[in-house]
Ligand binder design. Structure first.
Ligand code: SAH
Length: 529
């Protein structure tokens, strides 16, 4: 059976799509929402929409931040409405990205009505709302067959003690008292007033209650208590907005398995990842899957070589092997090398057929995947473990290296181990610099803030240059690293880290990202709470 296309989406110019961004985790946007983002001409987004989602939008799309936090509006609602109208009237396909679900306390209906009144079509893509998802990742199911049969979504924005609240606290207290759940949005600052209003309506002060801040995100924090104790606990733990307050029996559930989110081995652990901007994502993704909060500090930038002559000449030799012998092997040791290969083949009028006569050796699954994604080509050889000697041995076993001409596309700062091992095995190696690396001009400001605030537990080093460059970038602030545990990918990197006067605390058992993550998990021991 042919699988159905995920959506029957038609995106139209001059239309505004109110897209629910989900509660925080960028994976919790809908498929339709992501597809629309991928085609947007303009994205207008809120403070609570995860900025990571913007990466889906085309590079050419306009990105407009209308983020607002209580009492600090970057754009008034009228200005936002007008902006959406103007963009649509320019004939653009506009995605209005709103945290959670657009119709839950997001003024989505007002934006829709305004656009419709001005003749602009507006469509809504629902989203996963924070009041259900946040409790879920804090271990609280908002309904439960035995415990809660109703759930009420309530605004905590209005002060119940002021007397003009539109929330029926008597009705709410009755629902909760008979086994219902209430989820308050925008209520953490008014928690004492909310608790007072509910108890004034006869709800027991012992009714279970919980607060969940930054739900579904690695930095999620939650506290549990009762209507009597929660407010004090929230203050003691320093929780603030954005948070959901859950009131009802479900807030006391501790059934096994409910804590799937917080029981991950690195939950609550803050890791500074130093790599190139391009490459950090794989390590970051693995750390995040283990629950860690990742702060990326790019320490290398990739730049094209000064000119492409040498690369292009080598690729031309691949495409048109000379009579005296073409390349037998093309060795690719990074995703970046694959990117250069694909880009330069295209730029010089070639395509994947240029690789027809050469065997391909790759290092690492990510490189193999990139080769498939960029050129729809399979690698002939991928050693299970990467060391220069293992790769040379595998290539020799797979067809001999003696007298074989090998093309090695690599970074300017690659270590000499691999070409030396190939040459020892009898190969004739052409090393070609596919990309150059250099430190960025300045330390990433968010990463620096995190270090200064003491909000970093670990720093990972995946090469000597990441360690050296981080030191250089930090300058006088390098002292901040003394309180941070370090994880190194292998012996050479460890040596450099030591020379710089640091640990490292752990070294990966093998020089792979998997092993690096594993070493961190092992060093960290059992998850908190
Ligand atoms: N439309 C959004 C809600 C917007 S109102 C939705 O459907 O989720 C903003 C409130 O949402 C915040 O004050 C907070 O109560 C809640 N909120 C949004 N994201 C949250 C998160 N990640 N964790 C906890 N609460 C969140």
């Amino acid at each position: 059976m042919t699988p159905q296309a995920p959506t029957n989406l038609v995106s139209k110019p001059g239309t505004v799509y109110l897209v629910g961004a989900g509660p925080g985790d960028p994976g919790l946007i809908t498929v339709t929402g992501r597809d629309l983002l991928c085609r947007a001409d303009a994205v207008v987004y809120d403070a609570l929409a995860n900025p990571a989602l913007l990466a889906h939008a085309p590079a050419t799309a306009r990105r407009l931040d209308v983020g607002k936090r209580a009492r600090h509006h970057k754009l008034t609602q009228d200005q936002t409405n007008q902006l959406l109208l103007d963009l649509a009237r320019e004939g653009l396909m506009v995605v209005r990205l709103k945290g959670g679900d657009p119709y839950l306390f997001g003024r989505g209906a007002e934006e829709c009505a305004f656009l419709a009144a001005h003749g602009v079509r507006c469509e809504v893509v629902p989203g996963v709302t924070a009041g259900i998802a946040g409790p879920a990742t804090a271990g609280i199911p908002v309904t439960h067959r035995k415990t809660a049969s109703t759930v009420t979504i309530v605004t905590g924005h209005e002060d119940p003690t002021k007397g003009h609240t539109s929330v029926d606290y008597a009705g709410l207290a009755a629902l909760i008292g008979t086994g219902g759940t209430a989820c308050f949005y925008m209520g953490v600052g008014r928690l004492p007033a909310i608790a007072a209003a509910l108890t004034a309506q006869g709800l027991s002060a012992d009714t279970p209650a919980a607060a969940v801040q930054w739900g579904t995100l690695p930095r999620q924090r939650s506290v549990r208590g009762t209507l009597a104790t929660l407010s004090g606990a929230v203050i003691a733990q320093g929780l603030g907005a954005p948070a959901i307050i859950v009131v009802g029996a479900v807030a006391a559930l501790t059934d096994p398995g409910l804590d799937f989110f917080t029981d991950r081995p690195l939950f609550g652990v803050r890791v500074l990842v130093t790599r190139t901007r391009h490459q950090a994502s794989e390590l970051s993704a693995q750390l995040q899957a283990a629950g860690a909060q990742v702060i990326e500090a790019p320490t290398l930038e990739l730049v094209p070589p000064a000119d492409w002559d040498v690369v292009d000449a080598a690729l031309d030799r691949l495409a048109h092997p000379p009579a005296d012998g073409g390349y037998r092997w093309l060795v690719l040791t990074s995703v970046n090398a694959v990117d250069t290969l694909a880009d330069r083949l295209h730029a010089t009028g070639h395509d994947a057929r240029a690789l027809a006569g050469v065997r391909l050796a790759v290092v690492g699954q990510a490189t193999a995947d990139a080769l498939h994604a960029r050129l729809a080509v399979r690698a002939d050889l991928q050693p299970p473990r990467f060391t220069a000697a293992a790769l040379a041995q595998a290539m020799a076993d797979a067809g001999g290296l003696s007298g074989a001409r090998c093309l090695l596309l690599r970074a300017d700062i690659a270590r000499p181990g691999l070409p030396a091992a190939l040459t020892r095995a009898g190969a004739r190696v052409d090393e070609v610099v596919a990309y150059e690396t250099r430190p960025p001009a300045a330390m990433d400001p968010d990463a620096l803030d995190a270090l200064r605030a003491g909000a970093v537990d670990w720093v990972t080093f995946t090469s000597s240059s990441t360690a050296r460059n981080l030191y250089r970038l930090l300058g006088a602030d390098a002292a901040l690293l003394s309180g941070v545990k370090t994880a190194s990918i292998g012996p050479a990197t460890t040596e450099t880290v030591r020379t710089l006067g640091l640990g490292p605390t752990v070294q990966a058992a093998a020089s792979t990202l998997d092993a690096l993550v594993a070493s961190l998990v092992q060093a960290h021991g059992p998850a908190p709470g």
